[in-house]
Design a protein around this ligand. Structure first.
Ligand code: ADP
Length: 457
């Protein structure tokens, strides 16, 4: 069964049942109250009429009792009330035979000071019988018969209107529940169609965020679509950057290999002097060294697993001392002064990798620094991190390039970079090393003034 039909049926049936129940209870209560009130009213007026009849019968003994009762009956006819006089179980007066037949023994046995009342149905009519015995003579009784058919008629009338009202209400409820069930299923269908589009790879779906439960579902779906979009874009950019990496790598390898091949063929074929042969062999050696260098750096770049690291508390002064020795020759070539301001005693790190990172930064700085200039290394600790800064006063880096130089094989000035043997891998290796230490690398720079590379642990 369709959901819309289920909702429609359950709403209509349950509201119909509740309407019938409510109406039934109200009608019943109303009827009971009316009957009770009628009974009280009848007994009350009967008690005084019975007294009057008793007094009249005693007073006018010369008159026929039937005549006296008839007088009362004619007077109270307007109230649908008539009376029967019983003398020693002889019913002295009868108006209608069937009404007399309804007088039971229980009614005839009524005592004085007691007002007995009985509801009796006679064919389509309803009567209230009230009876009492005379105060001075218990063998004489007076019975009042009140026609209360109007009460039942009123009740039937109310019942009829109730049924009409229920029918109209049910019709309304049916229309409303049909509209509600259609609306609910329409929203579900809308979401189902959206989900189908998503499953087919169409992520341009935006569900309407209403304030009901469907709105919550829509928010969840929108969030899901947004997340899928983000992940997809991440995957696309990952695939793209891998492709760029492979393209750059093949280019970087191809250049020295072509050079090597060219010189080797030349040496083999041409009739050249021993001096030139030595010079070309040196070129071949240089390019081979370059390939080896790229290979070593690529190994470092693919060094990703933290388990391969040896992160322990290291003497930081010793780390700096060793770096100074490793790069002194390079700095001396341009007479560059390395100023170290160190306030760190120790650092939790993999010593070899951190030395590679700091070395890379100082060598980069020296590559772009003018002869006789300075490179400053500041090492200190703030409230949350340990910081190493490498500051140079060289050419600086443009904002556009700052975002790119951490990518593998990216070089700002290719020709210049190749001059000192750079393959554009140094900074991406630094970034990788910092990520392995749960740290990061930041760059601040101004064209023409210099740069600051900050390692944050
Ligand atoms: P490379 O090995 O070619 O130096 P890097 O990844 O270390 O590769 O650096 C990428 C590029 O960033 C370099 O080609 C260089 O142009 C630029 N760069 C690096 N350090 C600095 C610096 N301190 N000042 C200006 N440019 C720099």
């Amino acid at each position: 069964m369709k959901l819309s039909v289920k909702i429609f049926l359950s709403m209509s049936i349950s509201s119909l049942i509740s309407c019938i129940l409510v109406l039934g209870i109200i009608l019943n209560k109303n009827y009971e109250t009316n009957i009770q009130k009628e009974n009280e009213r009848t007994v009350e007026s009967f008690s005084s009429i019975a007294n009057n009849i008793e007094e009249s019968l005693e007073k006018y003994q010369n008159l026929k009792s039937q005549d006296i009762i008839n007088t009362y009956n004619s007077y109270y006819k307007k109230d649908d009330f008539q009376f029967v006089y019983v003398n020693n179980n002889n019913i002295d007066y009868s108006s209608e035979e069937n009404l007399i037949n309804n007088i039971s023994d229980e009614i005839l046995d009524v005592k004085n000071n007691v007002f007995l009342s009985k509801f009796i149905q006679d064919e389509d009519n309803f009567y209230l019988y009230v009876a009492t015995a005379f105060k001075n003579d218990v063998s004489k009784k007076i019975i009042g018969i009140k026609d209360i058919t109007y009460l039942y008629e009123t009740q039937s009338e109310i019942k009829f209107y109730g049924i009409v009202i229920i029918s109209i209400a049910t019709l309304f409820i049916t229309i409303i529940s049909f509209a509600i069930s259609k609306n609910i299923t329409k929203q579900l269908e809308y979401i189902a169609n959206g989900a189908k589009r998503i499953s087919k790879g169409d992520y341009n779906v935006n569900f309407k965020e209403t304030s009901d439960e469907f709105g919550k579902l829509a928010i969840a779906f929108n969030k899901m679509v947004q997340d899928i979009n983000i992940r997809t874009n991440e995957l696309i950019s990952l695939v793209e950057s891998k492709q760029t990496f492979i393209d750059n790598l093949s280019h970087e390898m191809n250049t020295p290999l072509t050079t090597i091949q060219g010189y080797a063929e030349y040496i083999e074929r041409a009739n050249i002097s021993p001096e030139k042969r030595i010079k070309y062999l040196e070129y071949i050696q240089q390019e081979s060294k370059r390939i080896k260098d790229i290979y070593k750096k690529l190994l470092l770049l693919s060094y990703k697993k933290k388990t391969d690291l040896e992160i322990i508390n290291q003497d930081f002064n010793l780390i700096l001392e060793e770096i100074k020795q490793q790069i002194s020759r390079k700095l001396n070539e341009k007479n560059i002064t390395l100023v170290i301001n160190n306030k760190l005693n120790s650092l939790e790190c993999d010593k070899t990798l951190v030395q590679i990172a700091i070395n890379n930064l100082i060598i980069n700085a020296s590559n772009i620094s003018k002869p006789n200039s300075q490179i400053i290394v500041n090492c200190y600790e703030n409230t949350t991190n340990k910081i190493i800064e490498v500051i140079d006063f060289g050419i600086g880096i443009s904002k556009e390039n700052i975002n790119k130089i951490l990518e593998p094989f990216y070089r700002v000035d290719k020709a210049r970079s190749r001059e000192y043997g750079g393959a554009g891998l140094g900074l991406s290796i630094c970034k990788n090393i910092m990520e392995m230490h749960n740290g990061k690398i930041k760059i601040e720079s101004e064209i023409g003034k210099g740069s600051k590379f900050i390692l944050i642990f």
